[in-house]
Design a protein around this ligand. Sequence first.
Ligand SMILES: [Zn+2]
Length: 322
Amino acid sequence: MGERAITVGEATAAPGQIARGRIRVAVGTAATVEMPVVVINGSRPGPTLCVTGGVHGGEYPAIEAAIRLSRSLKPEAVHGTVIIVPIVSVPAFQRRAIYVNPMDGVNINRVFPGNPAGTITEVMAATLFREAVAQSDAYIDLHGGDLVEALVPFTIYYQSGNATVDETSRKMAEVYGIKYIVRSMAIRGGSYQAAAAMGKPAILTESGGQGILDEPSVQIHVRGVTNVLKHLGILRGTPEVGEQPVHFPQSSWLAAEQGGLFYPAVSVGQRVEKGQVVGEFRDWFGDSIARVESPAAGIVLFLVTSPAINKGDPILSVGVSG
Ligand SMILES: [Zn+2]
């Protein structure tokens, strides 16, 4: 917008101003979470982009990129508004929790758009959507491999069935500049899925992993968000896009059929065939108890690198080519 004051949580920015504040979430009197938010309200009119990091609290390059963007974007250069929430799942960040909010054991990226009458994580999701996503024209959710995950960078968008929204989401994915792009067809509470279902073009972008804050992974996110800002006309200039993207019309997730110690036999970015052995489970004495086969032919996008696997845990996903 950039034509009127924008309020997100407790941060209000007039046109041409930056405001920092908190989005407070409370359930009863005991459970309270405060998410940081930065509103960069441009000096000139234009669309509003929402950017979130730390939806999973251990994905550090995503969090760092969101913080850097919140500090480097200047209202004088912004045509419209940028709303940045650098760390959504503050309790998971503080406790170094994997996947879930330790307050209720819920993975927030399975419950969007949330439930204002639900548990603390569902209320966090609902509050983030009400305050930040609902007043935006487009949404980027920055992720990476969690503390126990390696991955090759990739971008996901949801095919909602609304052709205009889906085309913009796909275009945002392409200009982000990451080679691998996955289309998601099945809705399962993901941030980008819920936003697209509301009519907001959205992407979820993955870079970095295993709890490492590395500069190349941060740069992929900073460059990607900057490219989308240029594509949407919020910043002036042309997106810097490198190699031709590779589109996967779907991805196939593999969940563990039993617990034990997992020993992967493949690496992220590697091509696998359907039925190829991708790893092995051993028991606590080291005896082999099961071999794991790839569910599809394609590229290994992420891989859980902790040997400690429980039944039902994700192990890997494959970007499926055809
Ligand atoms: Zn994540």
